[in-house]
Write a protein that binds this ligand. Structure first.
Ligand code: AHR
Length: 498
């Protein structure tokens, strides 16, 4: 059993848009309160932003963070979160059945983004609200001065406009669980009208229309077709969301699920291009995969949480080693279509289905999924090369011909480096991998990072934060232009060549 990969400089998929390494903070559970914001925490700064969390986020180099939701945004009035904190209302939050204290809002988020070296991606409420409130929010955030709303921002202490470039037109509007859910035609029209006036306020912004909430929605992909038909000229991206779980305790099948993600991405691209053809348009719509992750561990615990408290521990999935492998494969899926996927957000960033966990008043630690996300973000910048791979395969419950090797290479011409990301899906055997570097001469192996663990269910916790952590002792040797590597059973690998 052996896998082979050809890494060829001239066969390119496309440039990595660094925003594919984005993430997401929703007003949900302890993402904001107790996560990124906890006044009085020993590491908190004068604005209450947790310094320990900021450090862990900077370690990933997250280029963009989506905010404030999520399902939350569909019932949110942005005005509740600006101005003097003591005047802000407490509200019943219907999406997650909590109480929202509004101690943190738009301006705090923009300040926090600056401190986290990231950029905001703002979602507007198209559930209970519409074009008018959306354009008012853009005016408040981005208009320099001289109007009621821009001057209000200045009165709130923000003289410079926030210059928020990327905006989401609502969230999962096809889902019956969404406050103000809509049919595709209802949504397509509201998205078009909102987009129009938002861009009239600030023509420099770019807009993401809602695609399907996941690939099993009954209306997928007709939803995308209808929505784009109605707002093609006004928007720039269409969103994709997808979460996976291992409820059946079938790891071979669980790890194969990124093949479903590949098909999802390809179908959305085809639908965008079909609508483009119907419109005889030169404009191309790209993809924003703005929610993706593993999410299922916390489902049962969440059903036991009493409603109407502030920042309860919702969606606190504790991730294990096999989750990190699937997250690695999902990153590979996104990279493989770097030509069209221009943004992606690991959902979410802190505490809520997140790579980073905190204890209120206590420490912060890295979950297993932190590592593939960090490696891809740090080393996966440059040009994605066409994955020319041959691999032994297996059949799983829902997928056939699943390659044991899931891999892609990124060429960073500036650094003179090629990085191969590879998951060995085999659960009990190492996979020998031969990498043919035919068009790259004189390379050496800089590092072969491996995330592996004998126990697929092992997780990192506050008491054992380093149970699953990467090492750099991977087995890769180069001879001429050929690398011989051994990928341990059920492992995530980062082979750095220079
Ligand atoms: O990320 C958690 C939730 O998942 C989001 O609020 C929603 O958009 C999706 O269903």
């Amino acid at each position: 059993m052996k896998a082979k990969m050809i890494v060829e400089k001239d066969f390119t998929v496309g440039e990595v848009d660094k925003r594919i390494y984005g993430s997401f903070i929703e007003h949900l559970g302890r993402a904001v309160y107790g996560g990124i914001y906890e006044p009085g925490h020993p590491s908190a700064d004068e604005q209450g932003f947790r310094g320990d969390v900021l450090e862990l986020i900077k370690g990933i180099d997250v280029p963009i963070v989506r905010y404030p939701g999520g399902n939350f945004v569909s019932g949110y009035n942005w005005e509740d979160g600006v101005g003097p904190v003591e005047l802000r209302p407490k509200r019943l939050e219907l999406a997650w059945r909590t109480i929202e204290p509004n101690l943190f809002g738009l301006n705090e988020f923009v300040d926090w983004c600056r401190k986290a070296n990231t950029a905001p991606m703002m979602a507007v409420n198209l559930g209970t609200r519409g074009p008018n409130e959306a354009r008012q929010l853009v005016e408040y955030a981005n208009h320099p001065s001289g109007t009621q709303l821009s001057d209000l921002r200045i009165a709130h202490g923000y003289k410079q406009p926030h210059q928020i470039k990327t905006w989401c037109l609502g969230n999962e509007m096809d889902g019956p669980w969404q406050i103000g859910a809509k049919t595709a035609s209802e949504y397509g029209r509201i998205a078009a009208e909102s987009a129009k006036v938002m861009k009239w306020v600030d023509p420099s912004i770019e807009l993401v229309a809602c695609g399907s909430s996941n690939l099993t929605m009954a209306t997928f992909p007709e939803w995308e077709r209808t929505v784009l038909d109605l707002c093609y000229n006004e928007v720039d991206y269409i969103s994709l969301h997808q979460y996976y779980g291992n409820r059946d305790k079938d790891t071979a099948n669980f790890l194969a699920q990124s093949m479903g993600m590949d098909a999802f991405i390809n179908t959305v691209i085809s639908t965008c291009d079909y609508v483009q053809a119907t419109k005889r348009s030169k404009k191309r719509i790209n993809l924003s995969f703005d929610e993706w992750n593993v999410w299922y561990h916390s489902n049962e615990a969440d059903s036991r949480i009493e409603p109407w408290s502030v920042a309860p521990p919702q969606l606190e999935d504790v991730y294990n080693h096999e989750d990190a492998l699937l997250v690695g494969s999902m990153l590979i899926s996104i990279l493989k279509r770097a030509d069209r996927v221009k943004m992606a957000c690991l959902a979410q960033l802190v505490n809520v289905i997140a790579p980073i966990m905190t204890a209120n008043g206590g420490g912060a630690w890295k979950q297993t999924i932190y590592y593939p996300y960090m490696h891809a973000s740090i080393f996966g910048r440059g040009t994605v090369l066409v994955p020319l791979i041959s691999s032994p395969k297996y059949d799983a419950k829902d997928y056939t011909d699943v390659p044991y090797l899931d891999s892609v290479a990124v060429h960073n011409a500036e650094a003179g480096e090629v990085t191969v990301f590879a998951v060995n899906r085999h659960l009990s055997e190492a996979l020998p991998l031969e990498i043919d570097l035919r068009s790259f001469g004189g390379f050496r192996v800089l590092e072969h990072i491996v995330l592996e663990c004998d126990d697929l269910k092992a997780a990192n916790t506050q008491d054992a934060p380093d149970r699953v952590a990467p090492h750099s002792k991977g087995a890769s040797v180069i001879d001429g232009n050929t690398v011989q590597a051994s990928l341990g059973k059920a492992s995530w690998n980062v082979i750095r060549l220079k």
